[in-house]
Structure formats: C-alpha cells, structure tokens
Design a protein around this ligand. Sequence first.
Ligand code: SF4
Length: 683
Amino acid sequence: LTPSHGGATRTTCAYCGVGCGVIASPDGQGGATIAGDPDHPANFGRLCSKGSALGETLGLDGRLLTPQVGGVEASWDAALDLVADRFRETIAEHGPDSVAFYVSGQFLTEDYYVANKLMKGFIGSANIDTNSRLCMASSVAGHKRAFGEDVVPGTYADLEEAELIVLTGSNLAWCHPVLHQRVQAGGAKVVVIDPRRTVTADGADMHLALRPGSDVALWSGLLGHLFGEGCIDLDFAAHVEGMAGAASAPTLAQVAAATGLTKQELRAFYALWTRTEKVVSVYSQGVNQAADGTDRVNAILDCHLATGRIGKSGCGPFSVTGQPNAMGGREVGGLANMLAAHLDLENAAHREAVQGFWASPAIADKQGLKAVDLFRACADGRVKALWIMCTNPAVSMPEADAVRAAIRNVPFVVVSDIEAETDTVRLADVALPATGWGEKDGTVTNSERRISRQRAFLPAPGEAMDDWRIIAEVGKRMGWAEAFGWSCAAEVFDEWTRMTALSRDFGKVLDLTALEGCDYDAMAPVMWPVGGPERLFADGAFPRGKGQILAPRMGEMPLRDRRHPFTLNTGRVRDHWHTMTRTGRSAKLSLHIAEPFVEVHPADAAALGIAPAGLVRIASAHGAMIARAQVTDRVARGQLFAPIHWTGETASTARVDALVEGRVDPVSGQPALKGMAVEIKAL
Ligand code: SF4
C-alpha cells in the first residue's frame, strides 16, 4: 500500500467501526470523489451508501471557521488563553475533579491520547469520558471480566470462514453494511436474534424475535444446553474458571417463558449452535445498550469459552463497534474508568508506570465521572468547567432535555466542533473550530483491532485546527509546554506506540511497540498486537491468567408501567449517521428515509386509532417527541422502534433521546438506550 494512488489519497471512512479503506480524489474545488480501497483488508474495495457519499458531505457550508468567545469572533491566542486560564482557576479554587472533558468515538487516536494525557496525568482527574460510553462500554467491561483485557479475539476473515454466524442485537445489513456483505460472501448459515424483524433478519436462515431484555436468559440457556449435550472442550476448560457454575443454567421452559420463544425455536437454535464447530457470535448495540448489557456480553462469551470456540479460524465472539474509533479511544484510556494502554486506575503499580512514562506532576487515582453521571454533576454544580469535543450530547445523551439544561448550568463551557450550529455548540461560552475528516492526519482502530491511517487530502478550512493540537495548546498554556510540545500527529503516535511497552510489561495483549519510529505517512493497515498472532486466546493464554465464565443469570427486563405500557427500542437507519451533522449534507442519503418515524404494530395502531403515516406523540417520564407512524408487523405488539438521528429542541420534534431514562448498567455505566417505557397516542 502506498499513501497516494494516482494523485488520490488512501484514507479510512469517517463513519462506522468496520473501518473501510477509502481512496479520495480531490476535485480541486473543495470536494472529492470517493472509491473503496481494493487493498484495504477491512473492505477490499467495498463501500456502503454512507461511505460512497462521503464526497457529498464535504464543503464549507455551516462550518465553524474561527474561534468564538461569547458568540463573537476571537483570535486563537485569546480563545486558548481564556480556556487555559478558566480551567486553571477552576482547578485551583475547586480541585481537579471540578473540571471535565466529554469526547468522542470519532476522535482520532492521537486526539484521544492527548486529551487523556492532559486530564489524567496533568490535571490529575479521571473526569474524561466519551460518547463511546453509549456505544461499547458493556463490551469493554465484559471483555475485562472474561479475558482480563478489552480484546476482540477474532478477525473479519472469520465471518467468511464460519459455518454459522449468530447476529445478536445487530442490524448488520444497515449498521455495518460491509461486514454484512462479507457475511453473505462467506455463505454461513445466519441466525438473527432481535425483537424486531429487521432487514438483516429478512435475509437470515432463522430469526428469533425474543422479548426485549431476555438476552441473558437465552444465552445462559444455551450454556446449560452445551453442558447437557457434552459439548464442552475439556482440554480448553483447563484454561477457564467458573465452569461449575453452568449447572445453574435456566431450563428450556424457563428460557421459553422469559424470551417468549417456543421450545421448538429454542431447541432448533441450541442444536444448530451445538453441532456447528465454526461459530461466530456477532453482537452490537442491542446487547450493549441495556441495564444488564455487561451480563449479556458475558453470557455470549461464556458459550465460546466453554466450547473453546475462540481465536480459531471461523470461531469466536465478535463485538462490532458502532463508531470509527471506539477501539482506539479505549486503547489510549479515553474512558473515565481506565488508564492508557489498557492499564487499571485502581492498580497502584499501573498508575506509577503511567505517571513515570509521562513524567507527569499528577495521576488520577480513582475513577472519574462516566457519561450519565458526568452530566448529572454538571446539573448539580460539581462540574464547573466543561470541554465537549467532537460530539453533540445535547441531542444524543439520555434525558437529552435535562442534559441540555445541565450544560447550561456549567459556569464555563468549551465546545470544539467542525460545525457552527450544532445543538451543543449553541450552548458554548467558547467555540473552537476543529478540522474534520479529510483535513487531518491520524489513526483509527476498527472492530478487528486493525489500525488504519486517516490522511488529509484537503487544506484545513479557515482557522480550523486539529483537535490534538487544540488540546496540546491548552496544555502548554496551563504550564506543561514540554509534555505537550509535539509538532505533528506522527510525533503523538510515536509517543503512544512507545507507551504500549507498559501494556506488554503488565501482561496485556495491546502492543504497538513494533511501530515505534515507523514511516507514519506510508503506514499500512496493521492489527495489534503488532507482529503477534491475528487471532487470540486459542491457546488459553488469557491476560487475567484463566478465562472466566460467569454464573448463568436470567437478565433484566425493561421497565413498563400502566401509564407507559409500550417498550420503545431505538437504532439507526441505513443512510444516516448519529445526529446527521455530516450525512444530512447529502441529498442522496436522505432519499432512503427522509423523515423520522416510529414503527408500531397494526393491532396496536388499530386499538389506538393510529393511521398509517399519521402523526403520533410518544412520551416517557422524561420527555416527548412527535413522529410519523409506520404501521408494520416488523415490531411485535406492545413494542415500538424509532431512529436516533433526528434532532430538535422541543417536544414537537423527533429527538428520541429526550425520552430515554439515564438508567445505566451497574458494571459498565453504559445507559440503557433500548427498552424504554413509553406511551403512544395519535395526534
Ligand atoms: Fe464506512 Fe462503515 Fe460503510 Fe465501511 S461499512 S463504508 S466504514 S460506514
């Protein structure tokens, strides 16, 4: 691979965690034509509708091009001095935990690394959390419980080499389309586990429309079945703890009662999983975004650990991440409960090693505020200076109305973004213009642990600056010029690769040291551990010593009450991304689904007088929204589905996260963005 290709530039898609390689050819007028990179190992030239339309999302309309202080244009020096002064004064008066950063899975790894270094090593607080908390935190926690480290054991090639692929809590055809194409190319049997009959389910060999919240019961029942059928790898079991706990797995009758599936459906699924050696179980937000999300993840991992179906060709559990760099952020410690390099905040030796590497004046010694708690701390006055970077929490957080009010309550709010007018930028005291996709250099890590370069092929517009550089400039102004003195993204990456020696020293898998001093410009996509095996754990060598099976459980069902008798699930549509600040620029992408909707079952629609395409109001205890009814039996009676993308400030718009309660998984802190108790009425 070479970085340029006939005048074009090889880079990586801006959107999902598949991490497709893209070839961008600038048109000389600020735009570019886009093609899939035939040599990139994630996609081999394929692109989905969103990736193909990236060229239409470029351009300067609506961009934030100069720093703004109090809504008035300011110089970079004035804005950066103000940010550094206010953070320094706040820390001096109220301590390091009175400030917080809220960052993004769309940050490049270099941005994440610098933000985490400033907060945990120099400010001395762990109050840095990320919108990846809404996306993948339960997978992180599940991996750590089972393996001792946040590691996806398999590779995308397993999707082509498997004989059976189970897609659970994943509408892969719409949310990770290129991986869905790879599944189809492999020809494995496909089982979809999803309360809703999605497009992915339409193409599957089996669809299990389980009741929302019964995932743990379903997978725990499978574990019991595997033991009952003698389908346990006894050699591999020597490397796994907790095998005895499987004796308490729920019976088939208990699983049928919990899931609403028939015993015949369950027997068919369990028999297929049991007799197929090469099984990949893919899971995504339908698993993670729940109050028992971590238990759901572990219930899936348990079945693979018990059978030794892990780390081998065509075998393994597979977490597919939502965002382009959810993995890279996790690696450098971008979550409030982690140190960099997969090390632990609670471990004194780990803290000492990280502080020593950075030669920093401080090191956070306890967990910081996770996303939902972070904005609650803004509401009750504990956070007095907040810096939001590259994300739009005024729309995307649970209890979005309360979060908007919480941000307003913070005495000093900084927002870095590429857009001038997001719902969150409007709440900023200081708005800082950042470079966006195609304008900056850095790296991202995709769902199979593959690091790829994002490369600039357009000049930075106006006065926009790379996020890592903005943060470093503030770090310098806070008094740490040497520690934040990099001149380019390559130097940041080089420091990061050197830091992963700590991870290796403490027995972790994450190791990028072979990339130290590499030719950053020419860097080809590479998996970590760099130079190590691509598939992990087939030999039973887990970072925690032995793998861990957790005792089977029944899981946690969503809440319902008499006033809110419906269960609302949320998700993506095929052609839009997050709050549409980028995909909303492409007219072509809005052709697929042009407006917000809610799916409602025909029998419920008839009972409530809801006409097809009529407007409905959906309300929870936390907020309300209006959308157009799509009357369909894709959802079961008593269930609704609405997309997450549309925004707005009032209950007459379709901002679904205003309805979501900030209920979190107690292990991961990930909010339950699925399974809300709501009411629905015709308008
Ligand atoms: Fe981009 Fe994901 Fe589509 Fe690939 S599958 S082109 S990474 S949005």
